[in-house]
Design a protein around this ligand. Sequence first.
Ligand code: AMP
Length: 374
Amino acid sequence: MNKKYLLPNSTIGIIGGGQLGRMMALAAKAMGYRIVVLDPMVDSPAGQVSDEQIVANYDDRSALKELAVHADVVTYEFENVDYDALAAIENLVVIPQGTELLSITQDRILEKAYLESCNINIAPYAVVVDKEDILEQIKSIGYPAVLKTARGGYDGKGQFVLNDESDIESALPLLRYGSCVLEAFIPFEKEISVIVARNNSGQIETFPVSENVHHHNILHTSVVPAGIDADTDEEAHVIATKLAEYLKLEGVLAVEMFVTRSGALYVNELAPRPHNSGHYTIEACSISQFTQHIRAIAGLPLLKPELLKPAVMINILGQHVKGVNEAMGDYSRWFVHYYGKKEVKENRKMGHITVLTNNTDAVLEDISETQIWD
Ligand code: AMP
């Protein structure tokens, strides 16, 4: 980038052609940028709305080099990008999100150590490599506990809840994937997340806190504003802002947290990119998380996100597609998004619905009455 900011008609390279890449690309296209996407699938969700597609694996070095040559700026839509392969093109193209943030967020052990070093509250944990470690560490962590693989887990994959000693045997296969984290189960009252954005001038903006409900570890609904008190809300924003500062973030970061009954906050996970729990921002905020991400990586000033109206976001997984398609004609307030995925599979994120409303409880009731998500 010769200019301080990326000019229209410049090209943004996106690693990953899923729905996050697609919504990033749509936001970037609205601003006049060109998009080249790298994904192993032809006609991927992002590929469908991009100017060019490079069809190759994420760790294919010659393909990444081609992306670097075609693009003025490179971004990624998920954190499991091959670190070494990305580092290898860092001298060829601007990668505003950098590679350090990637290495921290793709390894739970590094992520937890980093959060601790920032004095951010997290669940008590230990790194374990075998059964003996688990038996030793569980003495201080106690039951219930959660065993999580250090790398490669998402949407609850690669984790196992240990309610008592009899569960340990069934959890052991996780150790085949390498070191694991054993952490205390937090009896949370709510799960929330904050999306924070920072640009290369150091400007930071946070989005309203969303309250998230997961089904089988996959995000089910996000409701905004979250049902938390003003102090907890303020603290969630402070944590996200602090992390953006410490990490010298360029782009957006999602910070997932647990809230206990007493209002204590525990950071569970970071995602260095737009996040499913921020999809509500497309319709409900003065700027979407995707536009903000593009502005941040383009070096443009950030907009202050304002909540225009309370919102409910609900995910459409493979098993919900038929029901949603049959019902959507009856719900004039549903903003229905589909990601252009051709193959419908159980638990695959196919789209989402956002509803703007002054009564989020009533919308949740309407949604439940459809029985689509039972
Ligand atoms: P994660 O992959 O770490 O985001 O975990 C997926 C989901 O599992 C979270 O959104 C929580 O609902 C649940 N979970 C993970 N870790 C814990 C924990 N330490 N205590 C309670 N619930 C957890």
